[in-house]
Design a protein around this ligand. Structure first.
Ligand SMILES: Nc1ncnc2c1ncn2[C@@H]1O[C@H](COP(=O)(O)OP(=O)(O)OP(=O)(O)O)[C@@H](O)[C@H]1O
Ligand SMILES: [Mg+2]
Length: 129
């Protein structure tokens, strides 16, 4: 894929920091990062960050991405991480899906367009002109 390396790095650092913080109080701490191409989707480039942290309830799923929504102590979170991450991913024409199980863990799935879709080449322009 093509994208802004620095901003995309920020997305994954945010997700990893959230996973770490979600597992702070847990005895079993596991983190998985998976990357793969999901050819059946319009945004096939996939990165999953999954943890065995506190998770979240289904009804809170939409709230997570709101600016300043945070369940952390004041000194820990401003509640901007996911909101900024979603903006960055949307700027790349991608999406973020959040899946959580209360008390068990959470998974954040980032999906991004493949390079050919994201950035047409000179040849694409020539052939469509
Ligand atoms: N991996 C996760 N497991 C469980 N809950 C999560 C996870 N990631 C995010 N959340 C929930 O979503 C909220 C918002 O996350 P977000 O990253 O936007 O803000 P924050 O981590 O609280 O603060 P900041 O990222 O600004 O330091 C968190 O406070 C937490 O309640
Ligand atoms: Mg955060």
């Amino acid at each position: 894929m093509l994208g802004d390396k620095v901003r995309l790095e920020q997305v994954f650092l945010n997700l990893l920091a959230n996973a770490r913080q979600a597992m702070e109080e847990k005895t079993e701490r596991r983190l998985w990062v998976r990357t793969y191409l999901d050819e059946d989707r319009p945004c096939p480039v996939t990165v999953e960050v999954e943890d065995t942290g506190v998770g979240f309830a289904a009804e809170d799923r939409e709230k997570l991405f709101r600016p300043f929504y945070s369940t952390k102590q004041a000194r820990h979170g401003t509640g901007l991480g996911l909101s900024i991450s979603l903006s960055i991913v949307r700027d790349h024409h991608g999406e973020i899906e959040a899946v959580g199980t209360p008390g068990k863990g959470a998974k954040f799935i980032v999906r991004l367009p493949a390079a050919a879709q994201a950035a047409p080449t000179e040849n694409d322009h020539a052939s469509s002109a």
